[in-house]
Design a protein around this ligand. Structure first.
Ligand SMILES: *Cc1c(COP(=O)(O)O)cnc(C)c1O
Length: 395
């Protein structure tokens, strides 16, 4: 399927009970799951409650393994390259904290970097004497490829960027970054938390050494799930910061062996109901078609930006050559939190972004507090109109 027609959207909405209750434009926070996801989780939990947790996991071991195949297919990877975790942050940390930095080593990142990642860089820089450098944006607001290339030398030990930031509609040129990183032989860690599920991702095209994502956002999985892709060449050289009896095997009283596949970055305990729910969400996205999803999400978001820009007093803040499903705007003289409240009163879910969550960006952009309306393919033009009508009255 390459384009979603009206009847497809109707069917997808019928699968999504939440669309009868709210206008959900907080998909970058946590999307409404299809009932196939919710049912998968609940059925599994019910079975566990009457059968026993270990016994249920054993009975469903094939399905559980199938989740790794699903995620691998979703990313153009092998199942052995996939780790399932409980969030994007855990996935990202598993890789980042496995690096060993020395004084003077350089970590290159972008202005759009996610707050948790930035905090981790700063902590490790303080601890090790490594240096964090923010690559400049180009005039469109995306990461400046030429500036990245200029900065490369043998002290650069990691390039780590956010693909689609949480605080705006930008899509960073991850494939170009990947090509440069590969040519220079520098590991490339991509935070794909907001792009997974709304853009068609392929790790071979992205040429990343690691990619982290969450279940609950555009993938429409359950909360408390995340996944990680690692290239075998990176896994071979990265020892996880923490090991357990799952990521490693205790082979003799003084010996242990670390798993070679994605298990290396996992731990024993997990909520298998959620893992299966994540698999159901990935399968649902694949059946819907990532290209069709990307096309509809970006078209709806472009439409919303154009409509908001018509309203006097409203400023849309998204930048970049390519834009995602995340729309950010402010209303002159009205606090973003008040705008969100008014929208919530009309049963329209949005969120707000606070400047403290994007300090690197804020250094050069000086943005006001913004309302974030993040659209998904199950949203409709009527729903977008409902939002612009409320904003129009306020402005
Ligand atoms: C939400 C988000 C994260 C963190 O995801 P969690 O699943 O909450 O850990 C990381 N990066 C970006 C860009 C995000 O938007």
């Amino acid at each position: 399927m390459t384009t979603l027609r009206e009847e497809d959207v109707d069917r997808l909405r019928r699968d999504t009970p939440g669309t009868d209750e709210v206008v959900h434009l907080n998909n970058a926070g946590s999307a409404l799951p299809p009932r196939q996801v919710t049912d998968t989780v609940l059925d599994y939990l019910r079975e566990e409650s009457v059968r026993g947790g270990y016994e249920t996991a054993a009975a469903h071991s094939d399905r559980i393994r199938g989740v790794y195949d699903s995620i691998a297919g979703f990313l153009g990877a092998d199942a052995a390259d996939i780790s399932v975790t409980d969030s994007a942050t855990r996935s990202w940390q598993a890789v980042f904290y496995a690096f060993r930095f020395s004084p003077g080593d350089r970590i290159l990142t972008g202005r759009a970097e996610y707050a948790s990642n930035a905090i981790a860089y700063l902590q490790i820089a303080r601890r090790t004497g490594a240096v964090v450098e923010v690559v400049e944006d180009d005039e469109s607001g995306q990461l400046d490829i030429a500036d990245l290339e200029r900065r490369l030398d043998d002290k650069v030990k990691l390039i780590a960027i956010t693909h689609v930031p949480t605080q705006g509609g930008l899509i960073n040129p991850a494939e170009e970054v990947g090509a440069i990183a590969e040519r220079a032989g520098i590991p490339f860690l991509l935070d794909a938390c907001q792009s997974a599920g709304q853009l068609d991702l392929d790790v071979r095209r992205l040429r990343c050494d690691a990619l982290s994502a969450t279940g609950r956002k555009y993938v429409r999985g359950p909360r408390g799930t995340g996944f990680l892709y690692t290239h075998p060449r990176l896994r071979e050289r990265l020892q996880p910061a923490m090991l357990d009896l799952y990521s490693a095997t205790w082979t003799a009283p003084t010996e242990f062996e670390i798993a070679l596949d994605g298990t290396r970055f996992e731990t024993w305990e997990r909520n298998y109901g959620l893992v299966l729910g994540l698999g159901a969400a990935v399968d649902y996205a694949q059946r819907t078609g990532l290209q069709a999803i990307e096309e509809r999400v970006t078209a709806l978001a472009a439409r919303l930006r154009a409509d908001l820009e018509q309203i006097p007093g409203v400023t849309v803040h998204d930048q970049g050559k390519r834009k995602s499903g995340i729309v950010t705007f402010s209303v002159a003289g009205i606090d973003a939190a008040d705008v969100r409240e008014r929208l919530a009163a009309a049963k329209i879910n949005t969120s707000i972004t606070r400047p403290t969550s994007y300090q690197f960006d804020q250094e050069v952009r000086r943005l006001p507090g913004m309302v974030r309306a993040s659209v998904h393919y199950y949203n409709t033009e009527d729903e977008l109109r409902a939002l612009t009508e409320v904003v129009d009255k306020l402005a």
